[in-house]
Design a protein around this ligand. Structure first.
Ligand code: FES
Length: 604
């Protein structure tokens, strides 16, 4: 057991002053060293243009000295009362500002689009690319030399990293931290993970609605994002692993004073990054992504990280393929014992040592010479990191799950573009399974059928839901771990093989095959499966096949017609016309790549 003294003695990597390292030489497009700050294009201008830029900002009460050539640091804040996980970020921004002022910068906070996972319909994922596009354009259009990115809820972190990658402006991220552990009836409950458990209990008649209402308040006890190893916690850990946020900071709870401390340090560090012109493209390298894929396997991270990392890499031109999430992770055991794969929650993970302790345990499996926003190498950043609770962070020699048990990438005639399954959250006895398909064309159709007592299904059936991919739904909702049929739940069945072109919440669990590509709506083989077909899942062999001949599939394809698009205008039309498939990160095709941070033309 970890003691209070041990906690106090912890080296707490985030509290160490960031070390500075000579930034790689930055060159202008003409090859000359780049020296002037970007903001000087606005504020150092003489005559009318400079006066306009400075005067209107002084309406906010700033002294003239803020225009003396100091770095202007934007604080991109995804605060919103409609995003409960990010609702405390205005307080975090105040700490960032303190750090920026203290380091000699000029902080300017601005609001960004925010994506509340629980409230937005049809799914927050539909808007990830819109937020990324908005933040990218805000960074480029404004007189900023650097930016602190404040994120938290699932999609806000990848959206901001995608934006920072494409604008390639010096940037550092501060995620809002997880909620404190949920509590119900004397035990820990995890946000998300226990929602699925309680739903199954309610459906089976083992829990009442009144009990669910009591449970829901105990599940969200403080500010912060989901405290399981769901997508938000995973992406916070990925931001830290990629080197974009300070060491150790992903796990500090939102309510912990050290969240504010880390925010102040990030503000300080942003000023140095802006002065040294250290850009995200210098931090998020191929080595950084390899580290991220491996750490994701070690923490039992969300399957959504696959899509988000592919999208971020796409913005940077870093070569990263879907199959590498399997290949790179094969030597990596699952070390972190957190829900949904394990038992504990993010608060426990934080006190056990967080990401630095995981990285120290992985050792040579990582590129330890990778340089992060601290200016130090990974080896330097995690020096002295220790694990304070081996129940929470296991050793490589005694892991939670053996090497190769992370996210597996499947191939076969049902998913020529690939599909994924989170092995650590699946039932071992179902990882090799053959069963008859029961096919539904939408999640709504399934939900309607799943409560009928006459549904022709048993525990060996393979449940297939299609029409929930990036283009089909649209937005690829988190419905892949759909609740089992009522009559089977009542019989005590706890898991079945489920296959879809949807995603799953990072807090979800079960033997669920996700991200089937190409999706059914664009004519992937998933569109051709019929109820009664035999489907064979063999995760150890990484295969997913429908036992139907090529000739029969070709005949079915000849009869198949694509569903008509129902989105005639607005963002939904733009999205459905341009979204890429899951194996390519589900970004919009015209957003892949980077436009850099060159100063746009002056209009004054
Ligand atoms: Fe925001 Fe889970 S709902 S992180």
């Amino acid at each position: 057991m970890v003691t209070e003294d041990q906690l106090t003695d912890s080296p707490a990597p985030a509290t160490r002053p960031p070390q500075s390292r000579q930034a790689p030489a930055v060159r202008s497009p003409d090859g000359s060293p780049e020296t002037a700050l970007r903001s000087s294009e606005w504020f150092a201008a003489e005559g009318r243009p400079g006066m306009i830029y400075r005067s209107w900002l002084r309406a906010e009460g700033f002294v003239p000295e803020v225009f003396d050539g100091r770095p202007v640091i934007g604080i991109a804040n995804s605060w919103s009362e409609l995003t409960p996980c990010n609702a405390h970020l205005r307080g975090v921004a105040e700490s960032v500002k303190r750090g920026v002022w203290e380091a000699g910068g000029f902080p300017l906070e601005f609001p960004t689009m925010s994506l509340g996972e629980t409230l937005m319909r049809p799914t927050a994922m539909l808007f990830r690319n819109l937020m990324a596009m908005e933040v990218e354009e805000l960074l480029r259009a404004n007189p900023l030399d650097g930016v602190v990115l404040l994120s938290g809820c699932d999609k806000t972190t990848p959206a901001m990293l995608m934006a920072a990658a494409s604008a390639d402006l010096p940037a550092i991220m501060v995620t809002g931290g997880p909620m404190l552990n949920g509590k119900f009836r004397g035990g820990d409950v995890g946000s998300g993970t226990h929602v699925w458990k309680f739903e199954a209990e309610l459906t089976a008649g083992r829990m009442t609605q009144a009990e669910c209402v009591i449970a829901e308040s105990g599940m969200a006890r403080s500010c912060g994002h989901c405290m399981t190893m769901g997508t938000a916690s995973t992406m916070a850990c990925m931001a830290e692993t990629l080197g974009m946020q300070l060491p150790g900071s992903a796990a500090w709870p939102g309510a912990d004073s050290r969240r504010q401390l880390t925010a102040m340090q990030a503000g300080q560090r942003a000023v140095t990054l802006a002065r040294e012109k250290v850009r995200p493209s210098q931090i998020m390298t191929r080595e950084a992504f390899e580290n991220a894929v491996r750490v994701n396997a070690a923490i039992g991270g969300s399957t959504n990280a696959v899509i988000h990392l592919l999208a971020i890499a796409g913005r940077l031109g870093v070569p990263l393929k879907l199959d590498e999430f399997d290949e790179l992770a094969r030597p990596v055991p699952t070390l972190v014992n957190l829900m949904p794969s394990g038992k504990f929650l993010m608060e426990d993970f934080c006190y056990a040592g967080g990401i630095p302790a995981v990285m120290a345990e992985l050792g040579d499996l990582l590129h330890t010479d990778h340089v992060s926003v601290t200016g130090a190498t990974l080896a330097e950043n995690i020096e002295g990191a220790q694990c304070w609770n081996r129940d929470v962070i296991r050793t490589v020699d005694e892991p939670l799950q053996p090497p190769g048990s992370g996210t597996a990438v499947l191939r076969g005639n049902l998913c020529p573009g690939g599909a994924v399954i989170k092995q650590s959250a699946a039932s071992p006895h179902l990882l090799r399974h053959r069963g008859r398909a029961l096919v539904f064309d939408s999640i709504e159709e399934y939900h309607e059928a799943a409560v009928r007592p006459e549904l022709d299904a048993d525990e060996s059936s393979v449940l297939v839901v299609r029409g929930a991919g990036p283009r089909g739904y649209p937005g690829m909702p988190e419905v892949g771990n759909f609740v089992l049929p009522k009559k089977l739940l009542e019989r005590g069945v706890t898991d079945m093989v489920r296959i879809s072109d949807a995603r799953m919440s990072g807090t979800g669990y079960g033997t669920v095959v996700l991200h089937v590509a190409p999706e059914a709506t664009v004519g992937g083989p998933l569109a051709l499966v019929r109820t009664g077909d035999w489907i064979s899942l063999d995760v150890p062999a990484r295969s997913l096949t429908v036992e139907v001949s090529d000739e029969e599939l070709a005949s079915r394809r000849a009869d198949w017609t694509p569903p008509p698009s129902v989105h005639q205008r607005g963002y939904a039309r733009l999205y459905t016309e341009h979204v890429l498939q899951a194996d390519q990160g589900a970004d919009l095709d015209f957003l892949v790549g980077s436009s850099g941070s060159a100063v746009p033309r002056d209009n004054h």
